[in-house]
Ligand binder design. Structure first.
Ligand code: C5P
Length: 396
């Protein structure tokens, strides 16, 4: 958790600042808020103060009667300054090193980390000067969160680049910014979700995998600095930012996508629930319904992970196993047969964990014989525990 100074500048997205402040506080961050005079034309000091749980630093309060200078105090206090929304003007000032108002002076006074959430019309965002300033800020070590493509505020403007990221997304980016980059340099391939094995254009065999566990691994690894490619079966989850997402449907497509990136990868986490069989005959036309009994002939799908294990080289390989009853022995057997470093054992039929849920309760079995039973925790936390072990094997 960090001390975060949210600096609000003059854009219509300033009305989202109270929500952002509340989210930050709910996550356990300590927050303070600064607002420029223009910001206060969009949002009142009172709504900001209530959301921040403290007073608003404004231009009027810059130099205090007791002789303290607010810009110096804020720059020392804040571990991160998040400018949201950030106008083109505020970015330009910081890029040039101007310091004629409270925000620019605070930034120049040596704020440790700075992140910008640009919000402006597309024409202004794409203007060469704004782009130049954005690059300068990045070169100074500042982070840029967005902007996103979407509906623009001014009347009649339609859609474009320049929309501020939503407060929830800003929170995610901030979390990533604050995470130590202990996996920097790691090239990680992750698979997630179910596969679909079509019988005809509208019918398929599949399973209820939501993809959440694999997506959590991809996101956690990205936050820790790894380069991540996520091969995903059909899911309803949004594509994670900062990750290359390759979408596939069938096991055969997944196999091709994974083998095609295997030489690049230094570690593979196979979290996908790959269907074990596919229909032997696939009809190009929708099969008519018939009253009679129907027999389906199935062919086994190739075991992708086993193939990876046969050509492992120096890579770290992680598999998943979903078991009932005698799971431990079967998972151990899979670990050896597929030549893995680690297998993550999930339990079928346990309430509140596994397929589709937000939490998981797993046992980690390692190549060296260690067996780690983890308590029930969020899938993101499970992901971090898995990545701790990937790191251990990767660093050798
Ligand atoms: O043998 P089992 O299906 O239980 O193994 C599960 C592990 O193997 C998972 O990591 C899964 O992603 C992977 N797998 C695979 N190809 C298959 C079936 C499973 O890579 N055809």
């Amino acid at each position: 958790m960090a001390r975060v100074l949210v600096a609000v500048t003059g854009g219509v997205a300033a009305i989202k600042a109270p929500h952002l402040l509340r989210l930050l506080r709910a996550q356990g961050h300590e927050v303070r808020v600064l607002a420029t005079p223009r910001a206060l034309e969009f949002i009142t000091p009172l709504s900001l103060a209530v959301a921040a749980g403290g007073e608003v630093a404004t231009e009027e309060a810059w130099f205090r009667p007791d002789g303290r200078a607010l810009h110096i105090e804020l720059a020392r206090w804040a571990e991160v300054v998040l400018v949201a929304p950030a106008t083109a003007d505020a970015m330009a000032k910081a890029a040039l090193g101007l310091a004629d108002d409270l925000l620019s002076a605070t930034l120049l006074a040596g704020a440790k980390r700075v992140a910008w959430a640009p919000a402006m019309n597309e024409a202004m965002w794409l203007a060469p000067k704004t782009q130049e300033h954005a690059r300068t800020l990045e070169a100074m070590g500042h982070a840029l969160f967005g902007p996103a493509y979407g509906p623009l505020a001014a009347v009649g403007e339609g859609e474009g680049w320049g929309r501020m990221l939503e407060p929830e997304e800003l929170l995610e980016r901030l979390q990533a910014l604050l995470t130590p980059k202990d996996l920097k340099g790691l090239k990680l391939l992750v698979s997630a979700g179910p596969t679909r094995e079509y019988l005809d254009p509208v019918r398929f065999l599949s399973n209820p995998s939501s993809g959440r566990m694999g997506y959590a691994v991809a996101e956690a690894a990205r936050d820790r600095g790894a380069e991540v490619v996520l091969v995903s079966g059909p899911t309803t989850l949004p594509a994670p930012w900062g990750v290359e997402v390759v979408r596939v449907e069938s096991a055969l497509e997944m196999r091709e996508a994974i083998l095609g990136r295997y030489s690049w990868a230094q570690a593979v986490v196979m979290a996908a629930a790959v269907a074990d069989y596919r229909p032997a005959e696939v009809s190009r036309e929708k099969e008519p319904k018939v009253a009679a009994e129907k027999v389906l002939r199935l062919l086994p799908n190739p075991d992708i992970l086993k193939e990876l294990g046969e050509n492992k080289g120096p890579r770290v390989l992680v598999g998943f196993a979903m078991e009932t009853g005698e799971g431990l022995a079967r998972a151990k057997e899979k670990l050896l047969r597929k030549n893995l470093d680690l297998i993550v054992l999930n339990w079928v039929n346990r309430e509140g964990v596994g397929f589709g849920s937000l939490e998981n309760e797993v046992v980690l079995l390692l190549r060296d014989g260690r067996v780690l039973e983890l308590p029930r925790m969020k899938k993101r936390q499970v992901a971090d525990r898995i990545l701790d072990l990937v790191k251990e094997f990767w660093k050798g």
